[in-house]
Design a protein around this ligand. Structure first.
Ligand code: ZN
Length: 496
């Protein structure tokens, strides 16, 4: 859950019905575009602040500069070099990149962590610039897809996303946006082209596509947008390799040494935040802590939580839950300065199918309204749940505890105890929790990643298979001397 508000506006509503069939300068393809270049630029620029607000820019000026430099070099070599490109590193562990019409390009810190050299980062950015140059977003806008598909939503589960990918479902938003197979193929081709023109190793793109392929296989994690519509992402690796081969030959013939810059690149990743950021909420034992928002509450024994931008959902059983507790931040527009009781009255007034029964109370020193909610669904059945609204730190929290008939005995009272355990977080060790960060180190002589994982198990913040993917090595193989390893290290004893 995040303090950042979701404030994306449907800027695409401004799209006018000005039809233009234009030939794209990069692809030679005729496109039916309803938006002028000015409108295209405006679409992207209007959405940009919302994306920054939702995901947050990653706060590291050195890496921001790196992204600008690499992206700027590629954009300058494109067929639309004068667009107002921006390159923003987003504070998300999800491995992804995307672009908006007219120039804004984004990559996540998760994507950066998996890159092995500058050419791979350049490959990803080149692909995204390819979408901008190919006017794929503008084409979508022209088809009206941008309205519902892109600009209206921008939210995604962040922590725990690996385990809960399937629960994200619809509305996961911009990060999962995809342009479709033809547009992806076109962007891949342009990406390879720009790599070559900007002096980068053109195999940077197929190499990173290979990483995405392996990630999708290994984890079934949320697929990056540019993979999600492709039944066979591996074929894109082969296709882009085929495109890169003649580009590399031409570069060599012209006497250009293709740039990869692994030795410069990897040390720049030292200090990069890795994985979920526990400051945005984490479960430790049977307690959910949110250091940034300074609250905690206890869960029934054995429950697990999933923490998204919008809510924290805890269940008794991940496979087949019979009961759940959901904590949600009531939007400021709704809660305003209302007391919990006034808010409850407002909810009842606005939702005729909802019946509330409860009282104002003080819970652990916080002003609250606790009770039961009954919701009549369209079929006439009634759902019952515990519900509470609690004021804390100027915000209004809603906790809902629901159960099914299959729930274990005692679940109903356990849910109520959990709700009543909501309190201010005062534990200094929780409030000072730090995320894991990457350290880039030289591999010790004669060791394998597996032996390093065993020796440093208490410091390492990710399982060995994940480290093997991050470093592109076989876990059991002896590492070459002088090889640089990216190791995510715990910085704090509370790190979950
Ligand atoms: Zn793409």
């Amino acid at each position: 859950m995040s303090r950042r508000a979701v404030t994306l506006l449907a800027g695409a509503a401004l799209v006018s019905a000005l039809v233009a069939c234009v030939t794209n300068p990069a692809t030679g393809r005729k496109q039916l575009i309803f938006v002028s270049q000015e409108q295209e630029i405006r679409l992207g620029q209007e959405a940009h602040p919302g994306i920054q607000a939702e995901y947050g820019a990653y706060d590291d000026p050195r890496l921001a500069t790196l992204l600008q430099e690499v992206g700027g070099r590629l954009a300058a070599s494109s067929e639309r070099p004068t667009l107002p490109y921006t390159f923003t590193l987003l504070d998300s562990p999800i491995v992804n990149a995307f672009a908006l019409p007219g120039g804004p390009v984004y990559a996540t810190r998760g994507l950066l962590a998996y890159a092995q050299d500058e050419a791979e980062l350049a490959g990803v950015l080149g692909h995204e610039i390819g979408h901008v140059v190919g006017r794929h977003g503008a084409e979508q806008a022209s088809r009206g897809q941008l309205l519902q598909g892109v600009l209206g939503i921008a939210t995604i589960a962040r922590p725990g996303v690996r385990r809960y990918a399937d629960l994200l479902g619809a509305g996961a938003g911009l990060m999962l946006m995809s342009f479709g197979r033809d547009a992806e193929r076109e962007a891949d081709g342009l990406g390879v082209r720009y790599l070559g023109r900007a002096g980068y190793d053109p195999f940077g793109l197929p190499r990173y596509l290979g990483v995405l392929d392996a990630l999708a296989d290994a984890r079934g994690q949320v697929l990056p947008s540019w993979l999600s519509t492709h039944p066979d992402p591996g074929s894109r690796v082969a296709t882009t390799r085929g495109l890169a081969t003649p580009v590399l030959e031409r570069m060599r013939a012209a006497g250009t040494v293709p740039r990869s810059a692994a030795d410069e690149f990897l040390p720049r990743l030292s200090g990069l935040v890795y994985g979920d950021d526990p400051r945005e909420g984490f479960q430790k034992g049977a307690t959910f802590h949110h250091p940034a928002l300074r609250f905690r509450y206890d869960l029934p024994e054995g429950w697990t939580s999933r923490n998204t931008k919008q809510f924290v959902a805890s269940v008794d059983d991940e496979e087949s839950p019979t009961a759940q507790l959901v904590l949600r931040l009531v939007p400021r527009e709704t809660a305003g300065e209302l007391s919990p009781q006034e808010h409850a009255a407002q909810v009842a007034r606005k939702n005729p199918q909802v019946t509330l029964q409860g009282t104002s109370q003080v819970v652990n020193g916080l002003s609250a309204w606790l009770g039961q909610v009954s919701i009549r669904d369209s079929g006439g059945a009634t759902q019952r749940a515990h519900i509470a609204w609690i004021r804390h730190g100027g915000l209004m929290y809603e906790l809902t505890g629901a159960w099914s008939q299959e729930a274990a005995p005692g679940t109903v009272s356990a849910l109520e105890r959990s709700i009543r355990s909501f309190r201010e977080e005062r534990d200094a060790s929780v409030l000072s929790v730090e995320p894991a960060v990457l350290r880039v180190e030289l591999a010790p002589r004669g060791q394998s990643l597996e032996s390093i994982c065993r020796a440093r198990a208490s410091d390492l913040a990710a399982p060995c298979e994940e480290l093997a993917q991050v470093n592109r090595v076989e876990a059991g193989a002896v590492l070459e001397t002088g090889r640089r390893l990216k190791l995510p290290l715990r910085q704090h004893p509370m790190y979950p």
